[in-house]
Structures are given as structure tokens and as C-alpha cells.
Design a protein around this ligand. Sequence first.
Ligand SMILES: NC(=O)c1ccc[n+]([C@@H]2O[C@H](COP(=O)([O-])OP(=O)(O)OC[C@H]3O[C@@H](n4cnc5c(N)ncnc54)[C@H](O)[C@@H]3O)[C@@H](O)[C@H]2O)c1
Length: 246
Amino acid sequence: MRFSGQTVMITGGCKGIGYSTAIKFLKEGANVVILDLNTQETEAAVSRLREYGDKIEGTAADVTDRSSVAAAIQFTINRFGSIDVLINNAGITQDAQLLKMEEEQWNSVIDVNLKGVFNMTQAAALQMKEQNSGVILNASSVVGLHGNFGQTNYAASKSGVIGMTKTWAKELGRYNIRVNAVAPGFVLTDMVKKVPEKVLNSMKEKSLLKDIGLPEDIANAYAFLASEEAKFVTGTVLSVDGGLTL
Ligand SMILES: NC(=O)c1ccc[n+]([C@@H]2O[C@H](COP(=O)([O-])OP(=O)(O)OC[C@H]3O[C@@H](n4cnc5c(N)ncnc54)[C@H](O)[C@@H]3O)[C@@H](O)[C@H]2O)c1
């Protein structure tokens, strides 16, 4: 099993891509810790995930809150003794066109998608530096590479994630820590259920593979980037979008 004995933390692991990613890593032998906002939802997700492996734990935490992040990191180290892979998956949207966007919409998306990734990575990287090994994987988006109508805040956050990914690859490589990002296209999760069907169909049409992604497609990309097969890969952004923007 590729990830036997390794500990993988996944933010926003209760549903969608994070949940599928937890399944993938459990099936491949990892110890998995999911963290998410709501205690009950996290406990329920952990119970369902036990079907795929028993080395699963959950902790309620808000990635925007540094003390909550510190507690989640400590929880993981106490339970499993290391953090080998951090997947900064938690993210939100609050869409509005530039001329209508409220300050609160801007702040909340930047807080979760950008500051949350900073908070988690800073805390986990300290542990990884001690270990002299680690992998950090960040959720960017096709929108971070190309922009999107109605998503000023989201585009800023997901482009920012790419900037941080490259910066951390430069800073942390000396500690044997690899840092990469995945840029999904449209993937069938609750986040995308907010997108009008007309837009989704047109995305399907535009993609070279004439399809929308599944959460498992992104989980597979994370697993590759976390694995030994990617041991020489750092500072990159892997698009997983069916060729949407080529
Ligand atoms: N679905 C897509 O089409 C798509 C495309 C590109 C990128 N992404 C990115 O992939 C990631 C996962 O997307 P998804 O579609 O699975 O989303 P989702 O909405 O299905 O799940 C996101 C999870 O993150 C959690 N979360 C939100 N704020 C949090 C916080 N402050 N602290 C901790 N957890 C928090 C939510 O509770 C939820 O469980 C996001 O970063 C998203 O931006 C998704």
C-alpha cells in the first residue's frame, strides 16, 4: 500500500473532493485526519469513512482561526505522531460581479481560501521541518489560472494559492518538503450545485473530454502528487479539468 504508516490531514474533509480524497488515502493504507467546521458532520463523516479503513480521525476546526488550526495540528501529532501530507482542500465561494460584490463576500472568501491555507501550512510545515519530510498540496482552480465571470474574490484566492505554492516550494525544499497545487475544472460537488445547469452544460461542451469532473478525479491527482512517484515534483500546478481551457 502506497501510504502505509503515513499521516494525511485533509481540510474540508466532510464532503465533496475532501471526502473522496479521504477515501482514496484510506484505501491506500494512510492514517487520515479530516478537519471540518461542524463537529457533528465531522463525526458522521468519520463513521462513514470507517468503511474504507480504521485509521481515520476527525476534528472540528475552522481554518481561518489560528488557535483552532493549532489544536487540529496538535490533535493529529498526538494521535499519529507525524504529518506527512497536508491537503489544503477547504474552500468556499461567494459569487457576485465586481460592481455588486459586498466587502463581506470578498473578506469571507479570502479568509477561508487564502488565509486558511496560510494558517494550516505554517503550522504543519513546522512539524514537517522537524521530520525533514512532508508534502503540501493546495486546492487551486481553473478559475485561479484563467479568472471567471462573477468570481473576483474566488479568482484572487485561487491565484493567490498558486503564488503561495511556488513560494513555499522555494522556501521549504531545503527541508525535503514538496509543495504543489491542483487546479480542478468543474467537479460535481455541492459547490458546483450552485452553478446554473446551463453554465454546467456549456462547461461540459467546452471541455475537450466533453465531461464534468468527479471528486475521485481530483483525489487521484492528490494521491499521485503525495506519492513517491512524484518525488521530483515541486512548485507545480496540475490542471485536472478535462482540457477545459486549452
Ligand atoms: N467543485 C469544483 O468544481 C471545484 C473546482 C475547482 C476547485 N475546487 C476547490 O476544491 C476544494 C473542495 O471543493 P468542493 O467542491 O469539494 O467543496 P464543498 O463545498 O463540497 O466542500 C468544502 C468543505 O470545506 C469545508 N469548509 C469550508 N470552510 C471551512 C473552514 N473555514 N474551515 C474548515 N472547513 C471548511 C466545508 O464545510 C465543506 O465540508 C475547494 O477549495 C474548492 O475551491 C472545487
